[in-house]
Design a protein. Structure first.
Length: 248
């Protein structure tokens, strides 16, 4: 996948990047840039910027001077955190407890990225953590959960792993499809209603953020939804998965 930055309007840019499994298969990754009402910027997730994408970001942010913070939303996405912190030395680095443990060289903020204090600091965005599954799974191979961020002004949803879309070449030509992370079942907590809690949460997201038009996922394509399509697609994915998750 090539590096590119996509202007989704109303102060939201999605940056598509490269991430190769085993150095061979490029499954892609992302970060997003959001302009605040103050005129400053924040990043959602970390990614090492280069070439024309870096030039455009630096032009937008006065060579990085206007970048206020980097919000690392996915506990298992740590590869680019250190470089991002070096590239934007004046930015506050927010992360989960796992970020602090895995990348100790970064000067992390005391508040965790998923804390109420941080989410309330940025009213331009709405945040949600999945219920029923571990935010930081004890199984290092299970990456199903992340802190989701929705930008109402641009109708853009930034999500890592938790929800995804099929590759562009097999997307439904009538309506884009959504799927839950394939490890969702393994990410369920030990609570007896974990499966139900997760499905109910996902359905609430379908309703609460039903105006989503730009679906930005880490390891799949940026997908544009027509009005009403996001809600229908997510509800369909939950309906398909609910029997297996509630039985777990």
């Amino acid at each position: 996948m090539s590096h590119n930055i996509i202007d989704l309007g109303s102060g939201f840019w999605n940056i598509r990047g490269s991430f190769k499994l085993g150095g061979l298969i490029d499954v892609g990754t992302q970060c997003s840039l959001v302009q605040l009402e103050s005129g400053k910027f924040i990043f959602l997730d970390s990614y090492t910027l280069s070439d024309e994408v870096r030039d455009e970001v630096m032009a937008l942010t006065n060579n990085g001077e206007k970048v206020e913070a980097i919000l690392n939303l996915h506990p298992f996405h740590t590869l680019h955190c250190a470089q991002m912190a070096k590239d934007f030395p004046k930015a506050i680095n927010y992360g989960s407890i796992r970020h602090k443990e895995k990348v100790p060289e970064v000067n992390w903020a005391e508040e965790l990225v998923e804390s109420k204090a941080v989410t309330e600091r940025y009213p331009e965005l709405q945040f949600s953590i999945p219920l029923g599954i571990y935010y930081i799974s004890p199984n290092e191979m299970v990456h199903a959960s992340s802190l989701l961020a929705y930008h109402p002004a641009s109708q853009s949803l930034h999500v890592d792993d938790t929800f995804s879309t099929p590759p562009a070449k097999i997307l439904n030509v009538i309506m884009p499809e959504l799927s839950l992370h394939p490890m969702t079942k393994k990410a369920l907590t030990d609570h007896p209603t974990a499966g139900q809690d997760y499905c109910d949460w996902a359905e609430s997201i379908a309703d609460k953020w039903q105006d989503t038009r730009n679906f930005c996922a880490a390891h799949s394509q940026l997908v544009r939804f027509a009005p009403g399509e996001f809600k229908a697609a997510l509800l369909a994915a939950v309906e398909k998965a609910r029997p297996k998750l509630e039985k777990a």
